[in-house]
Design a protein around this ligand. Sequence first.
Ligand code: SF4
Length: 710
Amino acid sequence: APLSSPQATSTTCPYCGVGCGVKATPDGLGGALIEGDAAHPANLGRLCSKGAALGETIGLETRLLHPMMREGAGDLRRVTWDSALDRVAEGFRRVLAEHGPQAVAFYLSGQLLTEDYYAANKLAKGFLGTANVDTNSRLCMASSVAGHKRAFGSDTVPGSYEDLEQADLIVLTGSNTAWCHPVLFRRMVAARQARGTKLVVIDPRRTATAEEADLFLPLAHGTDAALFSGLLVHLTDTGALDETFIAQHTEGFAETLSAARAETPDLAATARITGLAEADVARFFALFRATDRVVTCYSQGVNQSRRGTDKVNAILNCHLATGRIGREGMGPFSLTGQPNAMGGREVGGLANQLAAHMGFSPAEVDRVRRFWGAPHMAQAEGLKAVDMFAAMERGEIKALWVMGTNPAVSLPRADAARRAMAGLDLFVLSENVLGTDTAGCAPHVLLPAVAWGEKDGTVTNSERRISRQRPFLAPAGEAKPDWWVLAQVARRLGHGEAFDWRGPADIFREHAALSAFENNGTRDFDLSGLADLTDAAYETLAPVQWPVRTASDGPHGTERLFGTGGFFTASRRARFVTPAPVAPAPVAEDFPLLLNTGRIRDQWHTMTRTGLSPRLGSHISAPFVTVHPDDARAAGLTDGALAQVETAHGRAVLEVRLDDGQRPGTVFAPIHWSATNSSGGRVGALVHPLTDPVSGQPDLKATPARLAPV
Ligand code: SF4
């Protein structure tokens, strides 16, 4: 069929948080013709290399097609859905009876659709009584969530992608946007060409993004908060504050300014702490001061840090102090990593959240309990990802259900996570491919999930835009939607009535109704305008930005928030938050380098999908470590040599790539390779379990490490 044929299905890319619209037409040969959806506001027809290659990644060769089960130490063997579901329900029933709800955990994924995520949270938190429900999104953006909540009283991204095209200055900090959010980056570059937007890139590593910058600030690892605190002082001293906005819509400014003055009183102090040239700091500050329309985008370099939440708040402080928030072309902007990390947040996919952006205050617990008619409502926050797997290691968690993620590769101390999963009384894994590292950790039950192209539901991208993922292929083999599987287990546990959904539209309506339940404008996440969608309207739902409060919000929802205040704190004022002073990087004598981990342009997560495309594999085909030439020389390594990268937690063998854009004293290795797809590139096994004390997000960017020739 030709592209844009009448048969093309409008859906959404399953990779990054840009959330590009895709038109897909099955080619009749097992693949599909793919093009960008010109009508989708996120990408306006553009796709990056990963999105464009989607048609090459939907074959059945690697798919898990049937439920499988294992008895004792035996092998997994094919079983019927009824047998598998009976075993899951019976296993959870037994663990709950013998050890209580704290012994049960769910580990979910930013790849799940909102409807699946909602069903998992409802079952665990309302009907099994455990809040031990966390997700790989903890590794992705938990610090942004915590920073938003501290400052705004809610987890709200204030702006829209259009702001990037209306800005005169874009600041990218801790974000290799060119590789990790490519379509957004192309929108930024196009805006630069059209209106001369300036670009400042702040990153310890000179990335592809930095190559495009007007000003590149290669700051010392972990010093972002000090840079933005220094900026706050500078804005104050040069008369660039928005005194009216501060007075009418915020609280805590004087205290935060005073702490910033103590740490970064002037340019020289800021330059000293951040390791930047004073002239470069001055140039950045002057640009920020002189430009009204500034958007500051931040991503994993900010979030994945032992001080990630403080970094987020240091950025938000500067935008609040200048009133540059929620208006055209200005605002802080968290770039979400995964396709539905935002949707997961909306349904309470984090262990410290309940559904619809509610928390665990007694009133909120009671509200959700009443809405669900829940018999066993979790009363307090559960364990966050790293703590959850540590509790598993100690034998405190006995039953785990993993859905749509590969923690044996991606978690810090991934080897310990493997051992922990292999020792469980009940380990259930919902997957759509065979042979992942996590599937090698002796699951008792393996459940085949529908994959992209078969899935039916919604996702939310970085600008709060809810889009439909629509099916254009029949489910592979006996694969089923995750929500259906969860509902079947709920039914077997005696809760069928509360999970009696006919399809994803029923779940979406329930989710929207909960967002509106006793809301009265007190919560940011509000889909009351969508709570009565008909099945037909759900089917044709156009991309829409929440909140969608009433019909008066219109078909596109809400573009921006907070331009005139209206924060979700008790006082309705935003809070300035004082970051802790920057502490020295955690380098140990035996491990003199810092290992930074991240993505490459053409792969996604653990490559279970992108690894199927030869085209994508041709960009970078093997795991590597990027090393500054001075550090390589000191370790006796040359370009192309194999190096053993070792930390206190594990080791990997990686090919050395010399790069003078790598800050001396740091090395970088990509996260994508696993035991399944390489012999030694699984870098999660090297990463320390240090987490941000507020958000619980792991510090994936700075594990003390050393290098040696192999
Ligand atoms: Fe998919 Fe992200 Fe690429 Fe868009 S930018 S096509 S959402 S991977």
